[in-house]
Design a protein around this ligand. Structure first.
Ligand code: MRU
Length: 345
């Protein structure tokens, strides 16, 4: 059974500190909105659906100390807290989706007092955990229909249990395949510079007893050339209205290789990762991260300190390279613009 990534525990949010993996499975308690923002920024909690849930809890932590009955003041404070949490990371749309969901909830229940609204926000954040579990199970069920016995898959970054509340998106069909007794194998891209593949995906697959092989990112082309891969399955941070998809840096290269070697390339993501307000991938904001992650990642100096660095955390895969988008409501196929509109209704 996978471990819950995030939960509410009396007066605090309990998360696994993912920066400590694979060395230790350490849980930490988060009690303030400031600490939640920092946890999201520093990737203690990461992965689009997980940071959506974290954002909802972060918002609750930010308004829970609000005193008094003034509804206008409460609303002003809520807006401030939402903007503060939204400022943590720009690419994964789930974070903004969660904040907007809380704001809509409060608008809908405008007659309630601030103390009632605070409780409602907490309940909504807790509800998002159960909802995410159901959604990920459905993604697993829909995605497993594409996996045949004996398949070898390749994944990039971590779109497993730890990137969601518990069950994962891209790894959900893999976990389901295992439950169904299918013989499968997963190649795991290491995922430079922060190694979410080797630190987190490799760890999760070992815990789930799923046969896995770790490769460095620059080996992906060769394993595809050697016909070791039947299918590629990755997650998403934001899917534009035309199907262009932002995911961890390196995904684009994998998708281009998949086309060259005629390997089906699939995205797995909940509908909350689809952003119909963003028309195409070139409009998706891409997070730029600290050069230190490349020059001196994990404390080891691997480049001269003064070298200029470009460190985008995500790239965008054009829709034309994507064979299908596996969601909780089914698999979206091209033409994406039309079919995304349909499913989002
Ligand atoms: O920077 P990260 O680790 O948050 O990036 C995570 C990814 O790119 C995942 O593939 C994506 O969020 C999907 S998670 C189900």
């Amino acid at each position: 059974m996978p471990v819950p990534t995030i939960s509410w525990d009396k007066n605090a949010v309990r998360i696994i500190d993912q920066t400590r993996l694979p060395l230790e499975k350490k849980f930490i308690s988060i009690k303030t909105t400031k600490d939640m923002r920092e946890a999201i920024k520093s990737l203690k909690i990461r992965g689009a659906p997980a940071i959506g849930i974290a954002a909802a809890f972060g918002i609750y932590l930010g308004i829970k100390e609000f005193k008094g009955d003034d509804k206008k003041q409460f609303r002003r404070r809520l807006d401030e807290v939402c903007s503060y949490i939204e400022g943590s990371r720009p690419t994964a749309v789930n974070l903004f989706w969660a904040a907007q969901r809380i704001e809509r909830l409060v608008s809908y229940h405008e007659k309630l007092s601030p103390s009632e609204l605070k409780q409602l926000i907490l309940q909504e954040a807790i509800l998002m955990i159960d909802e995410d579990n159901r959604v990920c199970r459905a993604i697993g069920e829909n995605g497993v229909s594409l996996i045949k016995d004996g398949y070898s898959l390749l994944t990039h970054c971590n779109a497993g249990g730890l990137a969601t509340a518990m069950y994962g998106t891209a790894l959900a069909p893999v976990f389901r395949a295992k439950e169904l007794g299918l013989n499968i194998h997963v190649f795991v891209d290491e995922t430079r510079p922060l190694f979410q593949g080797s630190r987190i995906t490799a760890w999760e697959l070992l815990e789930a007893d799923i046969p896995a092989t770790l490769i460095t990112d620059n080996m992906a082309a060769f394993v595809m050339y050697q016909k070791k891969i039947n299918m590629i399955l990755v997650g998403a941070d934001r899917i534009a209205a035309n199907g262009d998809t932002a995911n961890k840096i390196g995904t684009l290269g994998v998708a281009i290789l998949a086309k060259e070697f005629s390997i089906p390339f699939y995205i797995a993501a909940p509908l909350s990762t689809i952003d119909i307000k963003t028309p195409s991938g070139d409009k998706i904001p891409i997070e730029q991260r600290d050069p230190g992650e490349i020059i001196k990642g994990f404390g080891t100096q691997t480049a001269p300190s003064r070298i200029q660095v470009y460190n985008p955390a995500f790239d965008v895969t054009p829709a034309k390279l994507i064979k299908g988008i596996i969601t909780e409501k089914g698999i979206i196929r091209p033409p994406y613009h039309e079919n995304i509109q349909k499913i989002m209704k």
